[in-house]
Design a protein. Structure first.
Length: 455
């Protein structure tokens, strides 16, 4: 075909003679060149048994979920057993279930992907189906299904939202579980989450460790570097939690059930506004607009232990990095602290660059506004504890509490409860106990003042 024919289009020759009045019934139409034409096959009527077998009359059988090639097969297929067993809502009495195979199956049909050898190597409880999970948590199976399911608009939510004001400005959203959900989560934490492997550098939310133990490792160092992880708990979504549990050896369905018990969406919770309980969708908050995935709730008993377990690999990498620089490394929740001698101070910029890279590859990010490099000539604080020469409470916090106690002695405690706390006396006692734990000498002075208050 020439250029002119390509631009303006050359009329094709009609293989049937070009006459519009010609009858084409005696010749099958084929406008392809002769060398590409193949003999025309006559139309064959499809067999009457084409497709799957008709739906049986029984209500517990179905034909969905079949493979595509099996659907196209001419051989009738056996009906698939319906495993659509429901969970009973204890509050409304309604059945709200889905397929139990999605949540781990039952004793009769357990999860086929459970790796018992892996679970035993980690010292974790063997959960092969929902009945095992119910026995472990001491709750009925239907209640576990109800708590592990996302509620509809007609059902009560499993969490309530509480907004706390930050000292630095802004607010933080806490998702507080309802009593029954909290009881199940406490049992889950005691029987499973507390047994997950955690790195030795983690000091937050662990038995026998606290902010003081985290700060003690950095006493008397030439330089202390502190960085903070942004959105620590919200970064651990349903996918990360369920994927971690799959990696530990639990089956697909059991991992989904466990992850549903430990994660929740903000928009599915309820909040009290203007004296009425409402859905969180009507609550305007900058965090609620961007956090639309199920996440570890701040306020759930299982969230701290689960977060510590998921970041085990990150702790290993950061600990190895600190050893390379001759430094100490500890982590208290989202606060990462490194300390060392003058060689670390000279390479602080390079260290921070590597920390950012490791944290980013672990699916997290740093809050650059809270990054601090504290040298020996200034006050060095780790998790609120001064670590220049020994662990001690900061002078500022001590003077503030001392002034409050002095005013309570002189003018009475009622005028000092500016935040309208329900139990102001226990609030002051708790703050004094915290200071006594860090600096016993200052704590004894404050306690003597506390005992002079007339309640």
């Amino acid at each position: 075909m020439g250029l002119f024919d390509w631009l303006f289009g050359k009329k094709k020759k009609d293989p049937y003679g070009g006459s519009l009045k010609k009858d084409y019934a005696d010749k099958p139409y084929n406008d392809q060149p002769a060398r590409y034409q193949s003999p025309q096959k006559p139309y064959a009527q499809p067999p009457q048994t084409y497709g799957a077998a008709p739906r049986p009359a029984a209500t517990d059988e179905r034909n969905t979920g079949l493979h595509f090639r099996q659907k196209r097969s001419a051989r009738p297929l056996d009906p698939v057993k319906d495993q659509n067993l429901g969970g009973m809502n204890p509050l409304t009495g309604r059945v709200t279930g889905g397929p139990l195979s999605h949540l781990g199956g039952t004793r009769e049909s357990p999860d086929q992907h459970t790796d018992v050898i892996k679970l035993r190597s980690h010292g974790l409880p063997e959960i092969a189906h929902l009945d095992d999970l119910a026995d472990l948590l001491g709750a009925p199976r239907n209640e576990i299904i109800w708590l592990a399911s996302r509620p509809s608009l007609e059902e009560p939510t499993h969490y309530t939202l509480k907004e706390l004001q930050k000292k630095s400005g802004g607010s933080r959203i806490l998702m507080v579980p309802m009593p029954r959900m909290k009881a199940v989560q406490r049992a889950l934490h005691a029987k499973l989450v507390s047994k997950l492997p955690v790195h030795e550098a983690a000091h937050g939310f662990r038995k026998g460790r606290d902010a003081l133990s985290s700060a003690t490792a950095h006493v008397g160092k030439d330089v202390v570097i502190s960085v903070d992880i942004e959105d620590f708990f919200p970064s651990f979504t349903f996918r990360r939690v369920s994927g971690y549990l799959r990696n530990m050896g639990y089956g697909r369905g059991v991992s989904v059930a466990l992850a549903n018990l430990m994660t929740y969406r903000i928009r599915d919770a309820s909040i009290k506004k203007d004296g009425r309980w409402r859905w969180a969708t009507v609550h305007i908050h900058p965090d609620a607009a961007r956090r639309y995935h199920p996440e570890l709730p701040q306020g759930a008993p299982t969230s701290p232990g689960m977060a510590n377990a998921i970041v085990l690999r990150m702790d290993k990498r950061l600990h190895a990095l600190a050893q390379r620089f001759g430094a100490e490394y500890t982590r208290y929740a989202d606060d990462l602290t490194f300390s060392g001698n003058e060689d670390l101070a000279k390479g602080a910029g390079h260290l921070l660059q590597l920390i950012r890279q490791i944290v980013r590859t672990e699916g997290l990010r740093l809050n650059e506004k809270k990054t601090r490099i504290m040298r020996k000539g200034r006050q060095q604080r780790v998790t609120g504890v001064v670590v220049n020469e020994k662990t001690n409470v900061s002078r500022r916090d001590y003077d503030t509490l001392k002034a409050i106690l002095h005013n309570c002695i002189k003018h009475g405690p009622a005028g000092q409860n500016r935040e309208n706390l329900p139990d102001f006396r226990e609030h002051l006692r708790g703050r004094i106990a915290h200071i006594s734990h860090i600096g016993p000498e200052r704590g004894r002075k404050l306690m003597r003042m506390f005992e002079q208050i007339r309640w």
